[in-house]
Write a protein that binds this ligand. Structure first.
Ligand code: NAD
Length: 513
């Protein structure tokens, strides 16, 4: 039995208070020891969903009329409340997601940082821009533009970095003036739901609501709900397609942060020193390969392939696997049973096809755990460019490495995909790397880096092609939850609009008498 210390329950939070009535509960298992339940999350009912949407619609009317600075005060208070519980929340994350403690802390602290960052942005938001007299305002004698919140918004988030990725959408939505309903991931709802209860308690009733449960039930009902005006999903591409279809019924503003199959291109002049290799290892294996913009394919100039593989695999051999709470662990287990089975299938297929699989890593404490969804980090070579491990997102610590002979071939292979999240070019020649980076189809391309933290807030983050719609980071993210409302004044109703014929043949009202 799990100790009480680590047991947790994820309940809904609707219209200013927790949902305490009994609900069907979904077990949350420890990925490092799946026979152990670490907690349970509620499966919210259709009525919970409808009440949460109605509460958000009501609360929106007041929240939207506050100034961004007033909204920021509640967000900051919520960030403080989460920070006061950060250690316990990180511990919960280790147990439900399986990630090492340092990654769990990064998830919580990163989420708190997002709330504070978007609260700080409040000073730049709100108000009305007076554009009167500017070029492009025609014959109008008054033109104003304001950004208004789009309305009640739904945020649906994934299990791999649950707190950070959820607050990445919730924080800009709140500061923009939207009321929000969150659907946490059913596989790992515990730490996120607790953090959201703390945040919601710092805000007016109904401004933030939480309805845990499954995507196909709770998620779909929320997305289709007529009172919801905006949807933000962070998840897989197949889910993105379902959400787009469900949102189409009521023409909702839709923001999708979806999967990636990021290429890293290593040119023949790449520096293969230990710093570069560490960056590449972190880029491939952070969160056991379960990050949307992990490196998922490596293309190496054929003249450096042997040297690269020798040096890279020797670092991979040093990676430590084990339950995330043990000291020194780099790779925890895969979080979900489905992800674990898929990784095993990919390994079996690679071996059956005669590809070379180098699996490295060593067990924390020198002992292989009796159970757990562990996959030792693997480097796979000898594949064809069209093999599944190359063209599909593996979301596991298995990295395919392929040689190329010239830059055009490398670019063609990097772009030969429906994904387009991030990518990287590695070279000792900055100008050459920049020229190549410009030819890759992706939302972000890094040079001599490619891992969590490599993107910078000033520029937008998001995917091209099927990796997503819309962008994150600062004002780009706020725009996902805002509409532009223009007010245009004509003092002279009889004025002539250039290029538009006036209606002719209409006399004055007296013409009919
Ligand atoms: P997923 O798509 O299975 O689930 C994501 C969320 O969507 C969960 O909360 C789930 O319950 C919900 N959901 C599922 N079906 C739904 C439906 N029909 N309607 C409404 N909601 C539904 O993804 P996952 O397995 O949790 O996460 C892994 C995927 O997410 C990977 O592809 C990864 O690359 C991607 N991801 C992308 C980013 C990014 O920023 N681009 C970040 C993290 C993860």
């Amino acid at each position: 039995m799990p100790s009480q210390e680590h047991w947790a329950t994820a309940r809904g939070y609707v219209d200013g208070g927790p949902v305490t009535d009994p609900r069907t509960m979904i077990a949350v298992l420890d990925p490092a020891a799946p026979s152990v339940r670490v907690g349970e999350g509620a499966e919210s009912t259709p009525d919970d969903v409808d009440r949460s949407a109605a509460a958000a619609a009501r609360a929106f009317l007041g929240w939207a009329t506050l100034t961004p600075a007033e909204r920021a005060r509640g967000m900051t208070a919520g960030a403080d409340a989460i920070a006061a519980e950060a250690d316990r929340l990180a511990d919960l994350l280790v147990r439900e997601v399986g990630k090492p403690v340092h990654e769990a802390r990064g998830d919580i602290n990163g989420g708190i940082h997002l709330l504070r960052t978007f609260a700080d942005l409040a000073g730049d938001l709100g108000g009305m821009r007076d554009l009167t007299g500017h070029p492009g305002t025609g014959q109008a004698d008054g033109v104003w533009l304001q950004h208004v919140p789009v309305g009640p918004a739904v945020v649906i988030s994934p299990w791999n970095t649950p707190v950070y990725l959820c607050l990445n959408a919730v924080a800009p939505a709140l500061v923009a003036g939207c009321a929000v309903v969150v659907k946490p991931p059913e596989e790992a709802p515990l730490a996120l739901t607790r953090a959201l209860h703390l945040l919601a308690a710092a805000l007016p009733a109904g401004v933030l609501n939480v309805v845990p449960g499954r995507g196909a039930t709770v998620g779909e009902r929320l997305v289709a709900h007529p009172e919801i005006r905006a949807v933000s999903l962070t998840g897989g591409i197949a889910t993105g397609r379902s959400v787009l279809k469900a949102a189409a019924g009521t023409v909702k503003k839709t923001h999708l942060e979806l999967g990636g199959n990021d290429p890293a291109i290593l040119l023949e002049d790449v520096d293969l020193g230990v710093d570069t290799l560490r960056e590449l290892v972190a880029g491939c294996f952070a969160v056991s390969g379960q990050v949307c913009f992990n490196i998922k394919r490596i293309y190496v100039h054929h003249s450096r392939l042997r040297e690269f593989l020798d040096r890279f695999t020797s670092l991979v051999d040093q990676l430590v696997l084990g339950p995330g709470h043990l000291p020194g662990v780099h790779l925890g287990p895969l979080t979900t049973e489905a992800g674990f089975r898929n990784a095993q299938r990919l390994l079996d297929r690679a071996r059956e096809a005669g590809h070379h699989v180098h699996q490295g890593g060593r067990w924390a404490g020198g002992v292989e755990p009796a159970e757990g969804r562990f996959i030792r980090p693997g480097v796979v070579t000898g594949m064809d460019p069209g093999d599944e491990l190359v063209v599909e997102e593996q979301f596991a610590p298995l990295i395919p490495v392929l040689p190329f002979t010239d830059e055009s071939e490398a670019i063609a292979e990097a772009n030969r995909t429906e994904y387009g999240l991030c990518s990287s070019v590695w070279s000792a020649d900055p100008g050459r790397a920049l020229a190549l980076a410009r030819r890759i189809q992706a939302g972000n391309t890094f040079i001599n880096a490619h891992r969590v933290g490599a993107s910078v807030p000033l520029v937008p983050f998001g995917g091209v092609k099927q990796s997503g719609l819309g962008r994150n980071h600062l004002h780009y993210a706020v725009a996902a939850y805002s509409e532009e409302h223009a007010v245009i004044r004509y003092s002279d109703p009889g004025h002539q609009i250039p290029g538009i014929e006036p209606w002719s043949g209409l006399g004055g009202p007296e013409a009919n008498s």
